[in-house]
Design a protein around this ligand. Structure first.
Ligand code: NAP
Length: 289
């Protein structure tokens, strides 16, 4: 069994992007600039955004964090998005989700100029991705595809079963993995799927993206298969200073011995998700210069 080290691969890609930024600076071009909007004080969101800004600093990007109270109106937020859309110094920006209940997330996503939508959530980018055209692809599916490529895990003709059909993970991943060049045969399962265990047992590559801690057990996994665990659920823990730890959708200890490759949680898909945003921002900056 080979443990897929997402942390190490992410670090390697970060160095590659940092080198590109050094070259951009040497040539006297404008350095890539990522802006992030955070609404409210949710601990998880604050920590995600802080990490994203820190990543930017580490690789030499410029970054701007706009942090607003959770009682701002939808119109106020739309106005801030408009300013970023029209700010020539900003190459790409994200609005950290989830947003407070009184703000409609799809309206906000629709307002982001597609050429600056480095999260890849805008319908134009999703549509382009479906058609196989150049687009910003959302970070988690992009990171998973990159992990498979870097570990040279064969996908052509393989049966890939994805548990979960969300717009940010399962659905876009299913499209990417069935595209020409990757050539997987993809099955997408969800909460209404009836024969889940039988499906999982057919998988050459099994991706769990449900947010159901420990759902995938050893009896659901074929010998020699590849298991990608996207799930990250915070559960209380006495082992950590923070009082919580992240748990995946896979029962790692019992599943790992049956696999050819498996991602751990944490340290698997998570670090790659942070890289996807940086790659998209670099791409946005390059297409502008
Ligand atoms: P989501 O929007 O809640 O979607 C979950 C999907 O799983 C839905 O399609 C749901 O089916 C399906 N599902 C839930 N319970 C199921 C069950 N018992 N059997 C079969 N299918 C079931 O979640 P998400 O945003 O895709 O995230 C999924 C997990 O990945 C979460 O733990 C999240 O924290 C994690 N995540 C991690 C990263 C990372 O960087 N590592 C990035 C993004 C997300 P229905 O559609 O029928 O409801």
């Amino acid at each position: 069994m080979i443990l897929i080290d997402g942390k190490a691969i992410a670090e390697q890609i970060k160095q590659e992007i940092a080198e590109e930024v050094r070259q951009i600076k040497l040539k006297g071009y404008k350095i890539p600039h990522l802006a992030a909007i955070l609404v409210g004080n949710d601990g998880g969101s604050l920590s995600y955004v802080t990490h994203k800004v820190k990543d930017c600093e580490e690789i030499g990007f410029k970054s701007t964090l706009l942090h607003f109270e959770d009682n701002i109106s939808q119109n106020f937020l739309l106005n801030e998005i408009d300013k970023l859309n029209n700010n020539p110094d900003v190459d790409g920006f994200i609005v950290q989700l989830p947003l407070p209940k009184h703000i409609d997330e799809q309206t906000i996503i629709n307002a982001i100029q597609p050429s600056k939508d480095v999260d890849g959530f805008h319908p134009v980018n999703v549509g382009k991705m479906v058609l196989g055209l150049p687009a910003f692809i959302s970070a988690t599916p992009l990171g998973i595809v990159e992990l498979l490529k870097r570990y040279r895990i064969p996908t052509q003709g393989k049966h890939i079963v994805i548990l979960g059909r969300s717009n940010i993970v399962g659905r876009p991943l299913s499209i990417l993995l069935s595209q020409k060049g990757i050539d997987g045969t993809v099955t997408v399962a969800h909460s209404k799927t009836t024969n889940l265990k039988e499906l999982c047992l057919q998988a050459d590559i099994l991706v769990a993206a449900m947010g159901q801690p420990g759902f995938v057990t050893a009896d659901m996994v074929k010998h020699g298969s590849v298991v990608i665990d996207v799930g990250t659920t915070r559960v209380p823990s006495t082992e950590t200073k923070s009082g919580w730890k992240l748990v995946g959708d896979v029962q790692f200890d019992e599943v790992a011995p049956k696999c050819s490759y498996i991602t751990p949680v944490p340290g698997g898909v998570g670090p790659m998700t942070r890289i996807g945003l940086l790659k998209n921002t670099l791409q946005a900056a390059k297409s502008r210069s």
